[in-house]
Design a protein around this ligand. Structure first.
Ligand code: HEM
Length: 415
């Protein structure tokens, strides 16, 4: 451990990040992991960077609570953002969490996901045709706007059966609502997030009313759309309240959008930065599954998780008191050499690869099979069609610490 690294760890504060950190947080993560793996921040919260500590925190739901009511009250006040984030399943403990999760998991069954494959392939191939046409005309395209971001929005739109011509505002709403989860937000980001929840709620209310009214007061087909499934609830009578229904639909739309966009975008950018691995994947497309896992590990699109200590607990020799917030740094844990040999290298054939990009335990990502399918189809079809794609401008980062990805990546297909 060099003096520089010790300094980096000593001065780390999630509320005061440097521009360099946003570009490349990994040297800081490493310094923290090696020097202060259970780092006390100036605001009294802890920041965890070791793989084993994250697994312990994810699994110990009695001490590490997901309920954010206490933590979000001062941040959001009595606002719609507060109502939204504290009603969505990811920020709740049992029994509220269990009820909603059961309904959502039922709708995202392996069969339901397998049935999406045909539409997904058509969607991806259609986007690739459009990129080809655009490149013929202009010589360039945006890897994010023209490709990565266009996929999840359609997939999640299909999942809730949102009419195609009503999908346009979903992306901005989602970015605004998730943007408000950044460690520090100004009044503008707060207002944007709040307005997005308001507009999103108003839109979903009309969608739910239409769905309920469909076919003579019978809702849509619960086998086909998650919204109908959530409206109907379970056969044993377990239903969501109107508020739970709307906020969890918003959450679902958000959870599956930016994260998957970033997985596809980060993955294709990582291949450009590692040309030998790119050639390896082009030469052996059967590596796509392990390649996607490596992209998830290497540039995790969701870098941070949060928990609240509700029962005194010891971690890494440090006793954490009740009422202490904890940040779980997925991006750091996924490069922990104690778990991953040669963690800074990008190896598309890496096995085993038990990364934490989807977390683990009771709240493990409910959409991970869908995200994996989307990324595998998107990236394998893209590479088959445009093996010589290259940057032709500076990629623009999203500028977020929690959700790591790009806003735009100017590319050419270089035929
Ligand atoms: C690359 C894409 C994705 C990544 C990296 C990702 C990551 C995560 C992570 C880390 C969590 C756990 C949060 C926590 O407890 O702290 C989570 C939860 C969740 N994700 Fe994802 N996600 C992705 C895509 C999706 C998709 C496509 C969907 C839905 C279609 C989805 C739905 C959910 C839901 C519903 C939860 C809450 C689960 C619960 O609290 O029980 N995610 N995701």
């Amino acid at each position: 451990m060099t003096a520089d690294a010790r300094e980096l760890a000593a001065h780390f504060d999630l509320e005061r990040l440097t521009p360099e950190f946003y570009v490349n947080p990994y040297p800081t993560y490493r310094a923290l992991r090696e020097n202060e793996p259970v780092k006390r921040m100036p605001n009294g919260s802890y920041f965890l960077t070791r793989y084993d500590d994250l697994v312990t925190a994810y699994k110990n739901t009695k001490a590490f609570s997901s309920d954010k009511k206490k933590e979000f009250a001062p941040k959001y006040g009595d606002s719609l953002l507060y109502e939204h984030h504290t009603t969505s399943l990811v920020f709740n403990d049992p029994p509220a969490h269990t009820r909603v999760r059961r309904l959502i998991m039922g709708a995202l069954s392996p069969r339901a996901i397998a049935e999406m494959e045909g539409d997904l392939i058509r969607l991806v191939d259609g986007l690739l045709d459009a990129i080809q046409a655009q490149s013929d005309e202009k010589g360039n395209f945006d890897l994010i706007g023209d490709f990565a971001a266009a996929i999840p929005i359609e997939v999640i739109g299909n999942l809730l059966d949102v009419p195609h011509d009503e999908r346009e505002p979903l992306r901005d709403w989602s970015l605004a609502i998730l943007g408000a989860l950044e460690p520090v937000i100004g009044p503008e980001a707060f207002a944007r997030g709040n307005n997005a929840v308001k507009d999103f709620l108003a839109y979903l209310e009309t969608l739910v009313a239409r769905r309920r009214a469909k076919a003579g007061n019978k809702p849509g087909n619960p086998e086909r759309d998650v919204l109908t499934r959530l409206i109907l609830g379970e056969s044993d009578g377990e239903r969501l309240t109107a508020k739970e229904l709307l906020h969890n639909c918003i959450f679902l739309l958000n959870a599956g959008h930016e994260t998957t966009t970033n997985l596809i975008g980060n993955g294709l950018v990582a291949l450009l930065a590692h040309p030998a691995e790119k050639q390896r994947l082009i030469g052996d497309p059967s590596l796509i599954r392990t390649a996607i896992e490596e992209m998830l590990r290497f540039e995790s699109s969701n870098q941070l998780g949060n928990r609240m200590i509700v029962e005194e607990v010891e971690l890494g020799g440090i006793t954490m008191q009740r009422g202490t917030p904890v940040t779980l740094c997925i991006g750091a844990a996924n490069r922990d050499p104690a778990q991953f040999p040669d963690p800074e290298s990008f190896d598309i054939g890496r096995t085993p690869n038990r990364h934490l990009a989807f977390a683990t335990g009771a709240h493990q990502c409910a959409g991970m099979a869908l995200a994996r399918l989307e990324a595998a189809i998107a990236i394998s079809h893209f590479l088959a069609r445009f093996p010589d794609y290259a940057l032709n401008g500076e990629p623009v980062r999203g500028g977020r610490v929690r959700f790591r990805g790009f806003l735009s990546v100017p590319c050419t297909i270089e035929r």
